[in-house]
Design a protein around this ligand. Structure first.
Ligand SMILES: [Zn+2]
Length: 331
């Protein structure tokens, strides 16, 4: 196929250069922005570097008029207003993901890059913030929640996203009775030496965790170390339970030990009181909210897997702590 086609091409160029030197010159002028040598000197067309340009640009399709320079330029101008808008929004999002200034928990925050996996999941896209497709997906989500659909992830949009995530967390903070708690086997713990009083979880939440782990273990792309019976191996740290049920007494003790700790983990009304909040190991320092630590965590395969799959098992994220997941099976 190649040789006849090439011959066809050469013939075509010869024909074109012989018959319509001025026409070719006009096309080349359009493409290079500078005029060719004088018409009437066809030798230039074959001897100078220009022919390469001519032969690579003038394909048989061009000669058939399917994509003349004129039609190419009109398709570039034919970009719709929406496309231009989303490309501009993408430029803004590329900047805002690192620099948007906002506050959370009384602390100054910079950018929303740490929440990109959650944001993508929420707005239903695999695209990156610097892509127009991300802005388009965002605009659809904005419209669905009654925001101006401009495709820009600004303070207003981020605030509504956070409200959405927060509204899906544990609302019923009932304290479990002792018979609603199970002892977590040490093989499921990030720290197998964890004292017994800190090894409990609410029964249903723990059962849901085990179902979720069966699915994670079955997903070979996560490359988790697994035992012969299909459990996470002792050597595997990912997705092991760092912390679950914390008694009011224990939480009070923690707060007395570090009265100035602003960490949500030491909150007076912690979801860990319910036994249905699980801190899972997703990489880095297990439970440090330092941006640099969370930046590591939100890129691990297991975290990305949780973002996409945890909800199937009733687990909802706490957006600010990549390791913290709450069992909220029915809404
Ligand atoms: Zn937690």
């Amino acid at each position: 196929m190649r040789t006849p086609r090439l011959r066809h091409k050469v013939l075509l160029i010869a024909l074109v250069s012989f018959l319509t030197v001025s026409g070719v010159a006009a096309i080349v002028r359009l493409q290079t922005g500078r005029p060719l040598a004088e018409p009437g000197l066809p030798a230039v067309v074959t001897a100078s570097p220009a022919p390469a340009l001519v032969s690579s640009n003038i394909s048989p399709e061009t000669s058939e008029g399917a994509a003349s320079p004129a039609s190419l330029s009109s398709s570039a101008e034919g970009q719709t207003e929406n496309e231009q808008q989303f490309e501009q929004a993408a430029q803004q999002n590329a900047e805002l993901q690192n620099n948007l200034s906002w506050t959370f928990g009384g602390k100054q925050q910079k950018g929303w890059y740490l929440y990109i996996p959650l944001i993508r999941h929420l707005i239903g896209t695999e695209s990156s913030p610097q892509e127009a497709a991300f802005a388009l997906a965002l605009s659809r989500w904005q419209r669905s929640v009654g925001l101006p659909p401009n495709g820009v992830l600004d303070n207003t949009t981020l605030a509504v996203m956070i409200t959405t995530w927060q509204s899906r967390r544990i609302k019923d903070k009932a304290y479990p009775s002792p018979d609603q708690l199970v002892m977590i086997p040490t093989s499921d713990l990030y720290d197998p030496m964890r004292p017994e009083e800190l090894r409990k979880a609410e029964t249903e939440a723990y059962a849901a965790y085990k179902r979720m782990m069966a699915a994670a273990v079955a997903d070979k792309s996560l490359k988790l170390a697994v035992t012969g019976s299909g459990e996470l191996a002792a050597s595997e740290k990912y997705l092991k339970i760092v912390s679950a049920f914390r008694s009011r007494e224990y939480q009070e003790q923690l707060r007395k030990q570090s009265p100035n700790a602003g960490r949500a983990g030491l909150a007076v009304n912690s979801p860990h009181f319910t036994g249905r909040a699980l801190d899972l190991y997703v990489g880095g320092e297990p439970v440090s909210t330092e941006d640099s630590n969370r930046a590591i965590q939100v890129q691990t395969k297991v975290y990305l897997w949780l973002v996409k799959n945890a909800e199937r098992f009733g687990f909802r994220p706490y957006f600010y702590e990549p390791w913290h997941w709450e069992y909220v099976p029915n809404g």
